[in-house]
Ligand binder design. Structure first.
Ligand code: ADP
Ligand code: MG
Length: 686
């Protein structure tokens, strides 16, 4: 028998084809096609009691039905009951509708009542024929997600049929249901598709009914299990085992010996975690989280050194040129004196320089390559890539991250991957959405850091701020001035930066003022940054290009203009540019009122805390997890029923249950995944 998809497809009716488009193929799919909402068709409202704006079902006899031109062609009808008359109007209509509305017929109409020009009416109501053989339903009517040309009635019938044939047995063992107080699966789906009259409508609508809770639990559990599978699949892949070298003349040992500081306890700990991962013959996939200034770069350098000690190359990719350059300078400073060649590769390099860098990488002469996305371009081939490091991982799409992973050189052997992020992801989110990653956290700042003091000032007090800058410069300190974000126009943003630069130069003639923005040619940008670093510039006027990574310990004052336009994460990143030295630092948030509630909450948070995790937690509250994570990376788009804003607690339970099932009941795992993840696993793996 020919079971090719094309053949099967040809045998489908148009309706079946539409259902397939909705992902409805097997009985299981129909069972899990749950209502979006419900309509109450159990009640009939007397026409005389309708008020404009009210959703209702009415029943009456058709008194009129005609095609009118007023001025557009439309179908105009009316029905009447003992209490009054109601107009029905259709701007688009089928002959069948016209037939259904034959004068004298008793029909039911559902829709929103409006006070129209010709009295009370409903526009495009849904109608059914009423009569003795069509009693009012005794339960809520489900409304399903559907697609053009696939009527609710057809879906309802197909789903009712599937509920009879599908296997509704529970995938989860009884003790687990008991522990989490879960309703059985079969009972839950039956209830949701056809809620009995006594079920409170609200609990169905806001998805708080135990039947919904069970469905959400199942969905979140499936997601956890499938992430765990992805992780297991990774552990099946091979990577070069990069043993930790203990030799005193090894690069790791020499780097540690020459560093101008001792690692903090937290740096020690995460370094151990990473070193142990690298020594394994499976690709590491570890997320290194640490607040701004916590010292992630040196941890990355030590990991790179371990790869190099084993005869492999390492690559470090950063999302912006300025950030990549900071890394490059720091790494060159640490590693070149120890005899390591570091290649530099970005998109803005001249063709010749780019070719040279690519050649160094390809020949293996460069043991370390630092750069931007240019590192993952087609023509760059590594001789022996053992470790890829991605900074500020959340700024890259999943695809870019995977591309660097696939630059290994040898087939079937994958490099280890270290992702770094200064955006602390709250624990529950990390555990639910990055369950396929290992996470290391640097939860301690290098010693001697004095917390940054944050002041909120209205824009009207600009002069005070300028005086403050003068004072700081007089004391030999350096200052950042961050120009306002102009979301709608990059050109305007640039113009604002240039104007601000001119104005500040004018106001502070005795200061050396520099300007840096995204449109500046790379060489100039680098020159300005270097001058600031070398203390030759007192005041650096900048756009948000300095948001990440810039490291000038002598800078102790930062002014952020129009702070109300920035997001919390961004403000935190920006503020992290000061407070890097021993001097007490100040961050002035200049704002212009009136402030929205959210802007107020953000500024207050910045004033109250410098703890990145606390800020992330509040950010999550203000923005919600979808936006916080970027839906694409989180797999959030795959969640049909659960929503993390309200269901974090269920997510935690599902996480716990997943771990247990994984360890104790592999057959339960398979059964659950096959019910919930039909054809979707690949997507989750990315
Ligand atoms: P981030 O985690 O934000 O990337 P960096 O790696 O840029 O932080 O480190 C911030 C600053 O702290 C750098 O100047 C770095 O050299 C310095 N640093 C890192 N670790 C330590 C340490 N253990 N003791 C003192 N200074 C450190
Ligand atoms: Mg950094």
């Amino acid at each position: 028998m020919d079971r090719s998809p094309a053949r099967e497809d040809a045998a489908l009716t148009p309706q079946q084809r539409k259902m397939r488009k909705l992902g409805l193929v097997a009985a299981d799919d129909f069972v899990l096609h749950l209502p979006l909402r419900y309509e109450d068709e159990t009640q009939v409202t007397p026409i005389g009691r309708l008020i404009p704006g009210m959703w209702a079902q009415v029943e009456g006899e058709v008194t009129r039905c005609e095609v009118a031109y007023r001025p557009r062609r439309q179908l105009v009808a009316a029905i009447r009951d003992e209490t009054g008359e109601l107009g029905l109007r259709y701007l688009n209509f089928y002959p069948s509708q016209q037939k259904q509305l034959a004068v004298g017929r008793r029909i039911r109409a559902r829709g929103e009542a409006r006070g129209g020009f010709f009295g009370m009416e409903m526009v495009h109501p849904r109608t059914t024929v009423a009569g003795d053989d069509a009693p009012l339903p005794d339960r809520l009517t489900p409304v399903y997600p559907t697609t053009e040309g696939l009527p609710q009635a057809t879906l309802r019938k197909a789903i009712a049929a599937a509920l009879k044939t599908a296997d509704l047995a529970d995938t989860l063992p009884q003790p687990l249901l008991q522990r989490y107080g879960l309703m059985p699966f079969g009972e839950s789906v039956r209830l949701l598709h056809a809620p009995p009259p006594e079920v409170a409508t609200e609990s169905l609508v806001d998805r708080a009914h135990p039947a919904w809770l069970r469905i959400k639990f199942d969905e979140l559990l499936a997601q956890q299990l499938s992430l765990a599978r992805a992780r297991a699949a990774r552990l099946d892949k091979r990577a070069p085992p990069l043993a930790r070298s203990t030799a005193p003349d090894g690069l790791v040992a020499r780097l540690l010996a020459t560093l101008p500081f001792a690692l903090t306890g937290a740096q020690q700990r995460v370094r151990e975690e990473i070193a142990a991962d690298l020594a394994r013959p499976h690709p590491m996939q570890r997320l290194l989280q640490g607040d701004v200034g916590s010292g992630k770069t040196v941890v990355a350098a030590l990991a790179a050194a371990q790869a190099i000690d084993n005869g492999f190359q390492a690559a470090l990719m950063a999302p912006t040129e300025i950030l990549a350059e900071q890394h490059f300078r720091k790494l060159v400073g640490w590693l070149e004196p120890l005899g390591v060649t570091v290649a530099w590769l970005t998109g803005s390099l001249a063709a010749k320089a780019r070719r040279e860098a690519a050649a160094l990488i390809e020949s293996g002469e460069a043991r370390l390559a630092v750069g931007t996305q240019a590192l993952i371009q087609q023509h760059v081939q590594f001789a022996r890539l053992g470790l890829s490091i991605v900074d500020e991982q959340h700024r890259f799409g999943v695809g870019q991250r995977l591309a660097l992973r696939n630059k290994g050189g040898e087939d079937e052997i994958f490099p280890h991957q270290l992702m770094m992020s200064a955006t602390p992801i709250p624990r529950t989110l990390a555990m639910t959405f990055f369950a396929d990653l290992d996470v290391s956290v640097i939860d301690e700042l290098p010693p001697g850091r004095v917390p940054v003091i944050t002041k909120l000032l209205s824009d009207a007090r600009r002069d005070e701020v300028v005086a403050r800058i003068r004072e700081a410069a007089r004391a030999g300190r350096q200052v950042y001035w961050v120009c306002p974000l102009v979301e709608e126009s990059e050109t305007l943003e640039l113009q604002t930066a240039v104007d601000t630069y001119e104005a500040l130069r004018h106001a502070l003639p005795e200061l050396r003022v520099g300007l840096v923005h995204g449109r500046l040619p790379t060489a100039e940008k680098a020159a300005v940054m270097q001058a600031f670093k070398d203390g030759e510039v007192d005041l650096l006027v900048a756009t948000t290009v300095i948001e990440v990574g810039v490291d000038v310990p002598n800078a102790s004052l930062m002014v952020i203009e129009h702070a109300e336009r920035f997001g919390l994460a961004q403000l935190h990143q920006l503020r992290g540019r000061v407070g890097r030295g021993a001097a007490e630092s100040v961050c002035v948030l200049l704002y212009q009122g009136p402030l929205s509630q959210v802007a107020k909450a953000r500024l207050r948070t910045m004033h109250e805390t410098t703890d990145g995790f606390e800020i992330a937690r509040r950010d999550l509250e203000l923005r919600g997890p979808g936006e916080f994570l970027g839906v694409r990376q989180s797999g959030l788009a795959l969640m049909r029923f659960a929503d993390l804003e309200n269901d974090l607690e269920i997510a935690e339970q599902a996480h716990e249950a997943a771990a247990q099932l994984q360890a104790e009941a592999p057959d339960v795992v398979s059964a659950h995944l096959s019910r919930w993840m039909r054809g979707r696993e690949d997507f989750l793996k990315a």
